[in-house]
Design a protein around this ligand. Structure first.
Ligand SMILES: Cc1ncc(COP(=O)(O)O)c(C=O)c1O
Length: 444
């Protein structure tokens, strides 16, 4: 199934070296004009993209295993997104929902209330970025109980604003030199089955003990957790970890916030990854895949919790911009129409089979893990859990040179992650995985 823009041929084709001369010329311009603190994984400059393919300014077609970091889940320029955005952009571009509201915002909130876990009464507020959604989830969580402490986990990633830097675990490149960071943020140990060997119950007991002893449950406003960790390495907590933490929160009046910014919106073979273990969060943060590439984010949750802040306490000039809302309604339409939950599951099965075979052949691949179309391999020195970041970088660079856009992640930079658009065809996915296999042989 290919739902991508009809103008982009679904094939890998290299006509120059990567990056090609036009990309290199653009890169020279960029070096003079763009802040060097903003990086790019692969400096090929994009001319078009659709389905599972990105076309650069030199005419090279690359297979996309990144989706712009889990954003273009429905494929780039997906038809329903394009149609709704075009209609909206011609009607009006902005009034500010806080000045004069419009239907699209309400419709997105209604849809997210329906799609997030649980059938209780939910409400939502819309923002521009994932970090902004996380910031607002914390504002909402703090206001009612009058408690300040926010608990996050090892290997967690929540963004690059001041509060979310404090919540993010990894120092380089996200935090180094940017402090001081927001206070009242505490970190608990995460379940990381490859490295701690604990069951979900044991890992939850360990985390709860740290929170109890170091913070005190009565001081905690919320626990914020990624149900599948994103930047931290696509770690899937051991079964039972998330339900145990959620239960403990409920018993102590602590809000359980699922940061589903990377894992949500069909990516893991469910609308939201919390569903895999039947967890119903009090609040869910949503961004990335929700709007097919336009900037939109949301906090969705229990109506009485979301309604806690006073009128005017939440908002922002652009939050829930009408064009971004139209894009979200288009993306949700694509997801429903093409059953992208099922497609993510099928892609996950394909990825798992191929990556497991790869691991059998190359002992540096220590673990294959993930959910649905959010899969990864962790590379370690064979027979150990010592991270092999150098091999990870070499494999990824080799894939890039062959026209496959891969991403790495992980606290130690030793994880290759696979986040194809769900609009990618099986043939293209197989071809990309052939290249990944060749990369392991070529860098051995
Ligand atoms: C789980 C999670 N939370 C928050 C963020 C921050 O989102 P944004 O980059 O849109 O601010 C990300 C981005 O990667 C993420 O993966």
């Amino acid at each position: 199934m290919e739902t991508g823009g009809p103008t982009v041929e679904q094939a890998r084709r290299l006509v120059t070296e990567i990056p090609g001369p036009r990309s290199r010329a653009l890169h020279e311009r960029r070096l003079a004009a763009v802040a060097s603190g903003v990086g790019s994984v692969l400096p090929v400059y994009v001319a078009a993209a659709g389905g599972g393919v990105v076309v650069d300014v030199d005419g090279n077609s690359l297979i996309d295993l990144a989706s712009g970091i889990a954003v273009t889940t429905v494929g780039n320029s997906a038809p329903a997104v394009v149609a709704r955005v075009q209609e909206q952009v011609a009607a009006f571009t902005h009034t500010c929902f806080m000045v004069a509201p419009y239907e699209g915002y309400v419709e997105v909130c209604e849809a997210l209330a329906e799609l997030t876990p649980g059938d209780h009464h939910k409400k939502a507020a819309l923002f521009n970025s994932g970090a902004e959604a996380v910031e607002n989830a914390v504002k909402i969580a703090r206001v009612a109980p009058g408690r300040d402490a926010v608990v996050v986990f090892d290997h967690g990633y929540h963004g690059r604003t001041n509060l979310t830097m404090a919540m993010t675990a990894k120092n380089m490149p996200y935090k180094q030199g940017f402090g001081p960071f927001a206070g009242e943020v505490y970190r608990a140990p995460m379940s990381y089955p490859l490295r701690d060997g604990l069951t979900g119950a044991e890992a939850a007991a360990r985390a709860i003990d740290v929170i109890d002893k170091q913070v005190g449950a009565s001081n905690v406003a919320c626990v914020v957790v990624e149900p599948v960790l994103g930047e931290g390495g696509f770690i899937v907590p051991a079964p039972g970890f998330l339900p145990a933490v959620a239960d403990w929160c409920r018993e102590r009046g602590i809000l359980y916030v699922a940061d589903e910014i990377q894992s949500g919106m069909c990516r893991t073979g469910a609308w939201f990854a919390s569903e895999h273990e039947g967890v119903v969060p009090d609040l869910v943060t949503v961004a990335k895949g929700v709007a097919g590439g336009l900037p939109l984010a949301a906090v969705v949750g229990r109506a009485e919790v979301v309604d806690a802040p006073h009128a005017g306490g939440l908002g922002g000039t652009y939050g829930g911009n009408p064009v971004a809302c139209a894009a979200a309604l288009g993306a949700i339409e694509e997801m429903r129409e093409h059953d992208l939950v099922a497609r993510a599951t099928a892609i996950g099965e394909r990825l798992t089979a191929r990556l497991t075979a790869l691991a059998a052949e190359h002992p540096v691949v220590t673990e294959v893990r993930g959910r649905g179309a959010m899969q990864a391999i962790e590379l370690c020195v064979p027979g150990t859990t010592e991270p092999d970041a150098a091999r990870t970088a070499a494999v990824s660079a080799w894939c890039h040179a062959q026209g496959v856009l891969t991403l790495t992640c992980g606290t130690w930079g030793n994880v290759v992650r696979f986040l194809p658009p769900l609009a990618i065809g099986d043939d293209l996915l197989d071809e990309a995985l052939d290249v990944v296999a060749e990369a392991f042989a070529a860098t051995a």
